[in-house]
Design a protein around this ligand. Structure first.
Ligand code: ADP
Ligand code: MG
Length: 629
């Protein structure tokens, strides 16, 4: 699953398209109108909708964490509990120690305390588990969920298993929000505001990094994304939303006990996201609504049907969830948008955001991004010294030495399995040499991460294309410029990043046009042909404004005219002073273009020289003929 923003910044959008009202906006208006009418309903329904809102707030976080970023947490209910108990403890001033008496009853202090405690716990859990892959996060959150449940039940100052009752109403200045319908407006205001902020986030530079976590971590790191930070950001945001829901819960219920904050409830939140559609923010509201309404309805009707009391709804829910997973794996929202929405057309053209498009035309937004100064032509930019890489008994690279200079194109050629990609991986810090070292601009890069060398000016493409197939071509390319503007999370969530975003997307569009993909900017990247996907990777690498470009088989799958255009582009980059290292099998392409050639066979460099000399070298002929024989 991958997140598809309902709208996209779109420079130069046709005005007619810009004026069309997106379906999501119509839905939003309908939702707001429907919500405004709820307090007119009997109190029972108001309570129900309050519960849906409280859950939707948590599930928004689950959608971000699980649906978008691909991480699973069973502990969201425990974060709700953290917010709720911190609030209840501070609100019931009698439980407070004397030194905190001044804060007793302050809802703002309670909110701040709840968010801070949540931040600390989630931060600790995140730091401990997010660097590890696999099951550590889910297991960590289960442990945390169980621990919190017993913790709340054990502490007598927190009311033990009976909880804390008779909590005061929420006092906001002169207003006392005593009744359900008063809380209703606050809850849904915060749901809509949080949904808006998350939508903005996902439609920004930081959001693209979070969206890349699900299936594109290695690629994102090579584009300079701090993968751990992006994971932690998603995890913390989800936890904070849960904590906010806990704060509201206390003032809605005026009572807390440990029961609603256990792992069971944590699983329910995951189910809500699954039912609604974990890949869309809308799924949070729809999932929470359907789950809570269905649960209420089933609890009412099933005992009547079966003629006895019991938790029948749990069984029916189990079956329903399996059915949803089977019939609508993208949830109700995903299913609806596939059947009736834009999702039906394979090539998606996100509806442009007219205001953003206008912003993109502002002079400030048109100012190109700052460029990195290139090193003097001829200076050594990248060096391999005695590079050796062993995989168990296999020596994939054996004592390879080579140097790449600014303003030259160097080709590494050799039969399949010779060790060319292995060499590339070490040069770009995606892999560590068993012996020898890589030097970048004269400095050893031992111990560097792919992100560090990307930040220092090395950009690469991959032999096996690595892109985010459900993201638009333009957004995929924009990932390359991740480090060139740096609006933070908060600015993105409040949509204060539009100028930076416009400049970044303008750069992405420029690089796309350079590789001849300008017309495909708003297609889903997965719908491009393989050759075009390679060109996308080159545009993405160029977006990083590198001084060194590593291309692993860039011309494979390209048509003749596309190869010629690519050769011309690489020639221009060389003129500008960039250093290009490429692996390529197409000898016509290589020989007409490059300055020098290195031949690798069975992991060893056997020849290095000018293209013509290498081509007629008997050792090379033998290696190739031998490999073909
Ligand atoms: P080339 O790019 O020249 O076709 P590679 O660098 O991909 O070759 O592979 C060189 C050799 O190293 C191959 O025999 C390949 O099977 C092996 N190899 C590459 N990566 C790994 C790995 N991660 N683990 C084990 N063997 C590997
Ligand atoms: Mg290879």
């Amino acid at each position: 699953m991958s997140y598809v923003p309902p709208s996209n910044l779109h420079d130069g959008a046709p005005a007619a398209v810009a004026r069309r009202l997106p379906a999501a906006r119509v839905l939003l208006i309908a939702l707001v109108l429907a919500l405004a009418a709820v307090p007119l309903l009997p109190a029972f329904y108001v309570t129900l909708f309050n519960n849906i809102g409280l859950a939707a707030l948590v599930v928004l976080g689950v959608v971000l964490l699980t649906g978008v970023a691909g991480m699973t947490s069973f502990g969201q209910a425990a974060f709700v509990g953290t917010g709720a108990y911190a609030t209840a403890w501070i609100a019931s001033a009698s439980a407070l120690p004397a030194w905190l008496a001044w804060a007793g009853g302050s809802p703002w202090f309670a909110l701040l305390a709840g968010l801070l405690v949540t931040l600390c716990v989630a931060g600790l859990l995140g730091v401990l588990t997010l660097r590890l892959s696999g099951h550590y996060l889910p297991l960590g959150t289960i442990a945390w969920g169980i621990a919190v449940y017993y913790l709340f039940g054990t502490f007598q100052s927190l009311g033990g298993h009976n909880g804390l009752a008779n909590l005061p109403a929420l006092q906001l200045g002169a207003w006392t929000l005593e009744r359900g319908e008063q809380m209703f407006y606050l809850i849904w205001l915060l749901v809509l505001a949080s949904g808006w902020a998350l939508h903005n986030l996902l439609d920004s530079r930081s959001g693209r990094a979070i969206r890349a976590l699900n299936g594109g971590q290695a690629m994102a790191a090579s584009m300079g994304v701090d993968v751990f930070r992006a994971k932690l950001a998603a995890f913390l945001l989800a936890a904070l939303l849960a904590s906010l829901s806990g704060w509201l819960y206390v003032y809605t219920q005026r009572f807390v006990s440990p029961t609603p904050f256990g792992v069971n409830q944590g699983i329910d939140y995951l189910f809500m996201a699954l039912i609604g559609g974990a890949a869309q923010l809308w799924g949070a509201v729809v999932g929470a609504g359907l789950f809570i309404l269905a649960k209420d309805w089933l609890q009412d009707w099933l005992p009547r049907i079966f003629g006895e009391t019991g938790n029948f709804e749990a069984i029916v829910f189990g079956v329903l969830i399996i059915l949803v997973m089977h019939r609508a794996p993208t949830g109700v929202v995903g299913w609806l948008s596939q059947r009736f929405g834009r999702g039906r057309t394979p090539a998606r053209h996100p509806a442009p955001n007219a205001r953003a498009a206008a912003l993109a035309r502002r002079p400030l937004a048109r100012r190109p991004l700052a460029r990195r100064p290139l090193p003097p032509r001829g200076s050594t930019v990248l060096e391999a010294r005695g590079l050796t890489r062993r995989f168990g008994g296999l020596v994939a690279n054996n004592d390879i030495n080579l140097a790449l200079h600014a303003g030259e194109i160097l080709a590494v050629i050799g039969p399949n399995g010779a060790g060319k990609s292995t060499l590339f991986n070490q040069l770009s810090c995606c892999d560590m040499p068993s012996a020898g070292e890589v030097r970048f601009h004269g400095r050893s890069v031992a111990g560097w991460s792919a992100r560090q060398i990307a930040a220092a000016g090395l950009a690469r493409t991959f032999q096996h294309v690595k892109l985010l197939p459900r993201m638009s071509v333009l957004e995929n390319v924009a990932l390359g410029a991740h480090l060139r503007v740096r609006p933070g999370l908060a600015r993105s969530m409040l949509r204060l990043d539009r100028l930076e975003e416009a400049r970044l997307l303008a750069e992405a569009r420029h690089q796309l046009e350079r590789v001849g993909l300008g017309a495909h900017a708003h297609m889903e990247a997965g719908n491009l042909s393989l050759g075009q996907q390679r060109l996308l990777e080159i545009a993405r690498a160029l977006c990083a404004d590198p001084s060194v470009l590593l291309l692993d088989e860039p011309a494979a799958g390209l048509r003749h005219a596309e190869k010629q255009a690519l050769a011309a582009l690489l020639g221009r980059l060389r003129e500008e002073g960039m250093a290009v290292l490429l692996v390529e099998h197409d000898m016509d392409f290589v020989m007409g273009l490059v300055d020098r050639v290195v031949v690798v066979v069975f992991g060893e460099k056997i020849v290095e020289g000018l293209p013509a000399a290498v081509q007629s070298d008997p050792r090379v002929l033998e290696a190739y003929l031998g490999a073909c024989a």
